[in-house]
Design a protein around this ligand. Structure first.
Ligand code: ZN
Length: 347
C-alpha cells in the first residue's frame, strides 16, 4: 500500500496529474489568491522531487522551465512524485517584484512561523504543506533585477548526496555555497532533504539557454535518483566545482561599459570594462584581479561606487571549466541547433 499524499487537504492518487490551487491569504482588495501546484504521481513508488520557481517574484525563467518540464512525454512515465510549483511568491510576481507586499524577502524568512509576519506565515505554510513531503528539492532562481547569471548550480557540497545530484544536473559550473540563513535551502537541508539551487539568467527576462539547461538538468536529476530511466549515452563534459567566487565592484560612480560577456574566460589583469563620468571624462579601467570565468554581471550601465559589476569564479587554470562552459552553451544555444522549437524535449 503506498503512502497517502495530501496537499491542501486534497488527496493525489498514484497515476494522476493534478493541478492544485493552493489557497493563500487574499489581496487587500479581498481578491482570492492561489499558488498553482502541479502534482504528478507515477503509478509506481519512488522519490518525491519538489521543483519550485519564483520564490523571488521577478525571477521568471523557472516558470518557463516548469511549463516545459511538466509537458515532457517522459514525465508521464515517472516513478514516484514530481511536485512542480511555477510561482511560489505570487504576491511579488503580480507586481514584478522580488519581495512580498510587506517588503520582506520570502527566501530569507524560512522556516517561518504560524503567527509571524506574512513572509513568516507563507514560509511556514510552504514548509509544512510542501517541502516536508519532498525527498529532494530543486529551487529555480535568476540573478537579481538588472543582473545576469551564467547557468550554475549552488549547493552544500559537504553532503556527498548533494554533490552527486549537482553533478548529475550538468550545469557547467557548481558553486559550493554555504547555507544562507533564512533560505528555503537551509530549512530543507535541516530536514535532511538534499537541495539544489539553479541560478541562471536575469530577472524579468526569459533566457533560452538557461531555460533549456534547467529542463535538461531536472530531467538528469530525475534519472539519477531513479524517477526516470538512465540514459546510456556518455556525458560530453564534466561540471567543474567553483571553490572561490567574488564580485568585482565599481571603483567610482559613473557610466559603465563592460567589455566581457557572461561565461567568458579572463586572465589576471585583463580589461573587464570602464567606468567614466557621463561626459566621457575621468575614465577608470576595471581589470580582473584573478584568472577565472565570468559567472555574473550587471546589465545596468548606471553605477555607484561599490556596486557589484562582475561576478568572477576564480580558477588557477580555466581550461576544463571553460571547456564545460563552451560545451554547455553550444549544446543548448538555439542558434547552434537545428530546431528552435520551445517545446522540443531536451534530455
Ligand atoms: Zn532568487
Amino acid at each position: 500500500m503506498r503512502e497517502q499524499l495530501l496537499i491542501a487537504g486534497k488527496e493525489i492518487k498514484p497515476g494522476t496529474h493534478e493541478i492544485i490551487d493552493f489557497p493563500l491569504p487574499p489581496l487587500s482588495t479581498h481578491s482570492d489568491l492561489h499558488m498553482p501546484i502541479h502534482v504528478i504521481r507515477g503509478k509506481h513508488s519512488g522519490p518525491c522531487l519538489l521543483v519550485c520557481a519564483a520564490l523571488h517574484g521577478d525571477e521568471i525563467n523557472g516558470i518557463e522551465i516548469i511549463r516545459r518540464l511538466v509537458g515532457l512525454k517522459t514525465i508521464a512515465q515517472l516513478r514516484g512524485t514530481l511536485i512542480a510549483i511555477p510561482i511560489v511568491n505570487v504576491y511579488g510576481f503580480i507586481h514584478m517584484s522580488r519581495y512580498l507586499p510587506d517588503r520582506r524577502d520570502l527566501n530569507r524568512s524560512f522556516p517561518g512561523s504560524e503567527k509571524g509576519s506574512l513572509a513568516a506565515r507563507l514560509a511556514n505554510l510552504f514548509m509544512q504543506e510542501i517541502v516536508s513531503k519532498a525527498t529532494h528539492g530543486i529551487d529555480l532562481h535568476t540573478a537579481a533585477v538588472h543582473r545576469d547569471n551564467f547557468p550554475q548550480i549552488r549547493g552544500n557540497l559537504d553532503r556527498g548526496v548533494t554533490l552527486k545530484l549537482a553533478e548529475a544536473f550538468r550545469a557547467p559550473l557548481i558553486i559550493d555555497a554555504p547555507l544562507r540563513p533564512g533560505t528555503v535551502r537551509e530549512a530543507a537541508v535541516e530536514l535532511g532533504i538534499p537541495w539544489l539551487v539553479y541560478e541562471a539568467g536575469e530577472a524579468l527576462r526569459f533566457d533560452e539557454v538557461s531555460i533549456r539547461g534547467g529542463v535538461r538538468g531536472i530531467v538528469n536529476v530525475m534519472r539519477e535518483i531513479g524517477m526516470l530511466n538512465k540514459l546510456k549515452s556518455k556525458a560530453t563534459f564534466s561540471p567543474r566545482i567553483v571553490k572561490s567566487n567574488f564580485w568585482i565592484r565599481a571603483p567610482q560612480s559613473g557610466i559603465l561599459r563592460l567589455t566581457v560577456k557572461l561565461g567568458a574566460c579572463v586572465n589576471k589583469d585583463d580589461t573587464l570594462g570602464y567606468v567614466a563620468d557621463p561626459y566621457g571624462g575621468n575614465q577608470t579601467r576595471i581589470s580582473a584581479p584573478n584568472t577565472g570565468i565570468i559567472i555574473g554581471r550587471t546589465n545596468l550601465p548606471l553605477v555607484h561606487e561599490g556596486d557589484a559589476l562582475v561576478h568572477l569564479a576564480r580558477f588557477q587554470n580555466t581550461g576544463f571549466a571553460s571547456e564545460a562552459v563552451d560545451m554547455f552553451q553550444s549544446e543548448l544555444d538555439p542558434a547552434e541547433m537545428e530546431s528552435i522549437s520551445g517545446s522540443t524535449p531536451i534530455t
